[in-house]
Design a binder for this molecule. Structure first.
Ligand code: ADP
Length: 321
């Protein structure tokens, strides 16, 4: 079973103390790919993006490779470098993010993809995952090309998975208004086989007040499987024509909610793509996201992930599925 995930991975600088930073690689879709592959090592997970030809790009590719995620769709862009962001923490523990991604290599992914004729590699996949951030970083023309590609993939029987991950600043910085964003998300939902929105995304964009409002909207758009994420309130799941609330796990101390949604998506897909039903998959995902929010940074260390896996074995013989 193969899944391709389209997104941007950036250089992350996480502030430890004043003027001292820990360097890592992260980005919403990449985080999901990492958790998906760690939880389901048997799946063929491919990261579709673009990086440069510089030293940091080589390190980024090596980091993806070290996670056993396929890099043959990680295209090289001779004229650009990866994006970068810093996470600073103030004296009250509040985090703030500053980005340098306006000219990142990943923005050129569709043009490189066309030039390098990689379509055949996508067509051997069964699943294709993308987010609202994958859409937001593209120019309007490249976004159109992506929608043409998505329609082709869908026609070829490939299932599409979409998380809107709405970031207003990213759409505005790229010269788009809110109406263009809404239009792109609606198109994405109309193609999606699984949608993983956050209630917060829809509060601003579509004036939703409750998870039920999001569900009603996406059902009307024809999405067959929907998970509306709502932080510690848990998830409203719709699958096989039924809806059900899935509770978040009780967490003693929330340390850092970065990547809660990304890890939830990775956990859900790890179970679901291996044949678990939607409810069991969402429960596994909630356990994983609940673990991730108790650790700093987007991606927990491999040792910490191994501790989680010991307590939550994801195997068909075990109780988890
Ligand atoms: P996003 O990061 O996309 O905004 P959410 O904040 O809705 O996503 O979180 C996704 C999932 O992570 C939730 O559905 C829940 O399972 C888990 N989660 C998030 N915050 C908490 C928390 N404080 N305690 C326990 N689980 C949490």
């Amino acid at each position: 079973m193969k899944i391709v995930l389209l997104g941007e991975c950036m250089v992350e600088f996480f502030q430890l103390v004043e003027n001292v930073y820990h360097q890592n690689f992260a980005g919403d879709v990449y985080n999901t790919a990492v958790y998906l592959k760690r939880a389901a090592p048997n799946l063929d997970v491919q990261f579709f993006s673009a990086v440069g030809t510089d030293l940091v790009s080589d390190q980024l590719v090596a980091a993806v490779d070290a996670e056993k995620i396929g890099t043959s769709l990680l295209l090289r862009n001779k004229t650009a470098r990866p994006g970068l962001y810093m996470i600073n923490t103030d004296c009250f523990g509040e985090r703030s993010f500053v980005y340098w991604r306006d000219s990142s290599a990943a923005k050129q992914v569709m043009q490189l993809f066309a030039a390098q004729q990689k379509q055949a590699e996508l067509l051997t996949s069964q699943w294709f995952y993308f987010s609202g951030i994958s859409l937001a970083i593209l120019s309007a023309a490249d976004r159109e090309q992506l929608f043409v590609l998505l329609a082709k993939l869908k026609a070829a029987g490939i299932k599409l998975i979409f998380d809107p991950n709405y970031r207003p600043a990213l759409w505005q910085n790229n010269g788009n208004d809110i109406a263009q964003c809404r239009e792109a998300f609606i198109k994405a939902y109309q193609l999606a086989d699984i949608a993983l929105p956050g209630l917060d995304d829809h509060k601003v964009l579509f004036e939703a007040n409750h998870a039920e409002d999001v569900l009603a909207q996406l059902k009307a758009l024809g999405v067959p499987e929907i998970l509306v994420k709502n932080g510690k309130e848990g998830v409203l799941l719709y699958a096989d024509g039924q809806s059900q609330a899935i509770s978040a796990v009780q967490v003693k101390k929330v340390v850092d909610t970065t990547a809660a949604g990304d890890s939830f998506n990775g956990g859900y897909l790890a179970a679901r793509l291996q044949g678990a039903n939607a409810v069991k998959s969402a429960e596994y995902a909630a356990a994983l996201a609940g673990f991730v929010v108790q650790h700093t940074g987007a991606i927990v260390s491999r040792d910490n992930f191994a501790l989680f896996s010991q307590d939550h074995p994801l195997d068909f013989a075990g109780a988890t599925l």
